[in-house]
Design a protein around this ligand. Sequence first.
Ligand code: PEP
Ligand code: MG
Length: 565
Amino acid sequence: MLSATGASKGIGIGKVFIVKDQELSFEQKTTENPEEEIIRYKNAVEVFCKNTEKAADRLKESASEKEAEILMGHILMIKDPYMNGEIKNKIESGQSAESAVDTVCNMFITVFSSTDDELTKQRATDVADIKTALLCLLLGIEEKSIADVPKGTIIVAKDLTPSMTAGIKKENVEGIITETGGKTSHSAILARALEIPAVLSLENACKIFSEGSQVIVDGTEGIVIKEPDERQLSEYMKKREIYLNEKEELKKYIGKETITKDGIKVELVGNIGKPDDANNVLECDGEGVGLFRTEFLFMDREKAPTEEEQFEAYKKAALIMKEKPVIIRTLDIGGDKDIPYMQLKKEENPFLGFRAVRYCLKNQELYHNQLKAILRASAYGNIKIMIPLVTCLNELTEVKDMILQIKSELENENISYNKNIEVGVMIETPAASLIADILAKEADFFSIGTNDLTGYTMCVDRGNKNVSYLYSPFEPAVLRSIEHIIKCAKAKNIPVGMCGEAASDPMLIPLLVSFGLDEYSVTPTSVLETRKNISNWSKAEADKIAQTVMNFNTKNEIIEYLSKI
Ligand code: PEP
Ligand code: MG
């Protein structure tokens, strides 16, 4: 049994098909005729763009618009003036088109793969994908396709590139195993969109398995079983059936309200990072957006988006969601989220440093642009503003003052906006939790950010393996904090939601039902499962459980009890 990263849920049982590296050798020769080489290169780029567009169209059908955009991004990359210019420069200085493409792409691959940022690392795979396609075109070699694999195939590859994935016929592929890629890599996103079980980052995967041998992929647990015996086969066939039945059962929650067993209605919304993700929320039957992490709009570019660009992005999300709520969280950078052009100084303790609302209030122009863009977009839908990492009342009042100031600017400029826009606070620090009663007097709503609240309450850096055992929302300290925050919101009659990962944890849900959480904001793909889990409990049942749990002294007792209910 081998374990690695489970990146797309489900169980696949099938025969291995290894995607071998394409043989793309060529002579490193110079050219006497750069003009001709430039034409060869341009022709290859043109065909590449056409092929990519066609592949994106196919992907739109088998997955969705969003996944197709990953491929369309390759066209933008190869047309990028810098990359394109570098290749042309190399050809003009005497390199053949093949050598120039190879050299420049390799340079980008090295730069992108040397960062710690998952998104930037991902771009190395994209460039490698572009390089292979262009070299195949220049060398007249047919690019390897996995379109024709037979039914019941488990694809094993170093990395599953977006262009390869576009060719997959999902009815024929039982599972995917790769040597690289994390949960947020493009291969993971594509595997999930195609609903194919996937285990990624399995070291030496291409060498471990022999072609045609049988293998089990458990994408839920991140497990791969090589040449399973009879007992394992029958165990996993049963597991697969249970998983598929559960998936089918979830379908009955589509289009339903989110209510507890005794009819208490709550809101079930989704977390997004880009405006287009709002489509995902709708596809997954979310009732709105509970957290738009706007820092993603600031990443992967050379300077901050302008007010206009941000306005368009927020407006797009609002229009997609129609009258449904869209909670836009203002820029939350710093800590683990670095944006190179913002030149955040290296700090001893970045998680305790100059980040989120602290940074924004000291960079007034940047924050002003963002708040103005959000206010302008509020004329197009049901937008609300949320402030991250608040630790004291002043931060909230300062932001509210800025919003008042911008509102009067908009009045003077005759630009419409929602005069009653709500301004909420993310409760994700112990300080905010302790003064939740004070904040509740000034905030229009709360959203509990359990990802940070857990870390800060337990004084745990999630990345530090030695202390990660303490990182759990089931620690009594964290549970007490959650209960207290919800009580304070209720006392002041403001709605309270949760947008950290814990909001979709099935074991936590009875406690949240008991505490009276109003809104659950989850990864869009968890919407139906969370709706089902909420519907399993009545308030009275949940209260009984909460009473027992809140009297335990340790996380272990709590988890042991909750795992059996
Ligand atoms: C949180 O801290 O729970 C949260 C939702 O914010 P982020 O994960 O973006 O820090
Ligand atoms: Mg947070």
